[in-house]
Design a binder for this molecule. Structure first.
Ligand code: FAD
Length: 464
């Protein structure tokens, strides 16, 4: 609970027009991609790092939680005010500060929407590869905080691989710069990498220096349909074994295909059990050669049908459909529990057969899609949220899924983070000494635990 005196002080810091209280409609800030609801006590929309610094000092004095928030598309509840407190929206930090064509870097504020940066750099024939399917709504600050991945991870890596430096406000109020504005730099501990993926628990990001690459001159996309998921998973292995690294190697199972079949508007076999969406990019001649090779591999691996996009409209339609899979799953069942597990690519087939077994065991439909090239599959357990039995069974299925994934040498999250929804499972992946070290790091940054409490770790305080 934030005291009335602290609310007055917050108004003075950010200006009354940039502080929302329960007298305003706070519903937009109470939820995120999880659809869970935790109304905050207030929402501040600061305009400068100095204002954020003053807010942190006040929060330490008054001991209220501060929850950084970008586009609110997070899938694990990272931006939710689970213990009440102040949501700190970075939406006014929405400027691209510079794009340096000579040094291939850009400097942005964290509230810039990912797609906006992608479009602006592409106008200059440059490329910012990280491409979460939520690029039109997620912010770069949220991408950094979650280390977002996306559709081009296989060839280009994830957000972490493009972050050179950050300006951040520490929970204790100091403003610091981490990392470099250059291509290289190894001085000191790598605080940038520590903060990337820290889910808003270590610092508030106020500016980001990003690495850009030249825009690939050509690209080709194709869809390949298979009788079942096993055949598609095998094809993924065959593509990698033949030393081709497509920009994108995405996968959908039968239920996901059926959800977006009409939107794709391409010829899809009625009995298709799995689909791969493959994109290759680079120089024109390389792209043509790779596309031919990919086509051969898919057909050799048992593809029932293969469509190579022949024009931009077809290309865009298929991409739109892929980006729309997650929300359109609600056409199948009213609710879903979405996980984003990763296994070594060579074990995708094992994961897939475990998912089939689990769907039978729990009598719940499981729809999966995702970044097969990275071994990163979004597993969606479809439920009716008003049916208590189904909700209970989904909880058991999630735990079993994580146990299987860890046993296969994988991880419980590839890109959505831990947030609140996966915090109970950290112990499945990390031994106690590693968790204790993480808790000590958190306490070193945030001795009073005011920045985004209740995230990543089940509530426990570290002793330094
Ligand atoms: C339809 C859909 C598709 C998606 N597809 C993908 C995908 O392909 N790949 C992927 O990786 N993710 C995906 N996501 C998840 C989500 O979009 C990403 O996690 C994204 O990075 C969140 O960004 P955001 O701006 O919405 O962050 P928010 O949801 O606002 O916040 C997420 C976390 O970041 C912290 N945070 C936000 N801004 C800051 C800041 N300035 N400083 C410090 N901490 C901050 C918050 O405290 C919170 O912990 C998808 C989500 C949806 C709804």
């Amino acid at each position: 609970m934030i005291s009335p005196a602290a609310i007055m002080e917050l108004k003075q810091i950010v200006g009354p027009e940039h502080l929302k209280t329960p007298y305003d409609d706070l519903s937009a800030y109470a939820t995120d991609g999880t659809k869970l609801k935790y109304p905050p006590d207030a929402v501040a929309l600061p305009g400068t790092g100095e204002e954020i610094s003053l807010i942190m000092l006040l929060a330490n004095r008054e001991r209220f939680p501060v929850i950084p928030r970008g586009g609110g598309s997070g899938m694990t509840g990272g931006a939710l005010a689970v213990q009440g407190g102040l949501v700190l929206s970075l939406e006014r930090f929405n400027r691209i500060l510079m794009i340096d064509r000579e040094n291939l870097i850009a400097k942005v504020e964290p509230g810039v929407i990912t797609e906006h940066l992608q479009q602006e750099v592409e106008k200059l024939d440059l490329f910012y590869p990280p491409d979460p399917a939520s690029a039109d709504v997620s912010s770069l600050g949220g991408n950094v905080a979650e280390c977002a991945g996306g559709l081009r991870g296989l060839k280009y890596g994830v957000t972490r691989d493009y972050i050179l430096g950050l300006t951040v406000v520490l929970p204790t109020g100091e403003i610091i710069k981490t990392g470099v504005d250059t291509m290289k730099g190894v001085a000191g501990y790598d605080l940038t990498r520590l903060i990337v993926g820290s889910e808003g628990t270590l610092a508030v990001i106020t500016s980001i220096t990003l690495r850009l690459v030249p825009k690939p001159p050509a690209k080709r996309a194709m869809t390949a349909f298979f009788r079942d998921v096993r055949a598609a998973a095998k094809t993924v292995s065959n593509i990698i074994r033949e030393k081709i690294t497509p920009a994108t190697l995405e996968f959908m199972d039968r239920q996901c295909i059926d959800c977006v079949r009409d939107e794709m508007d391409i010829d899809i076999p009625v009995d298709a059990g799995a689909m791969l969406l493959i994109e290759t990019d680079g120089d024109h001649d390389v792209v043509e050669k790779e596309a031919q090779k990919l086509k051969d591999i898919c057909l050799r691996s048992g593809a029932m049908r293969l469509n190579i996009a022949t024009n931009k409209e077809e290309f865009d339609r298929v991409w739109e459909a892929r980006r729309g899979v997650s929300p359109s799953l609600k056409n199948l069942r009213p609710g879903k529990v979405s996980e984003d597990v990763v296994v070594p690519r060579s074990r995708l087939v094992n994961l897939v057969s475990s998912l089939n077994d689990m769907a039978d065991k729990y009598a719940l439909p499981i729809a999966s899609f995702g970044h097969a090239g990275d071994g990163n599959i979004h597993v969606n357990i479809l439920i009716d949220p008003d049916n208590r039995e189904e909700v209970g069974k989904a909880g058991l299925a999630v735990k079993e899924l994580f146990e299987i994934v860890v046993a296969l040498g994988g991880t419980i999250t590839g890109e959505h983070g831990i947030g609140i929804t996966k915090a109970p499972y950290m112990e499945l992946e990390f031994p106690k000494p590693a968790l204790d070290l993480m808790a000590r790091l958190k306490a070193a940054f945030d001795p009073n635990g005011i920045l985004n409490p209740g995230k990543i770790f089940l509530e426990k305080k570290a002793v330094l």
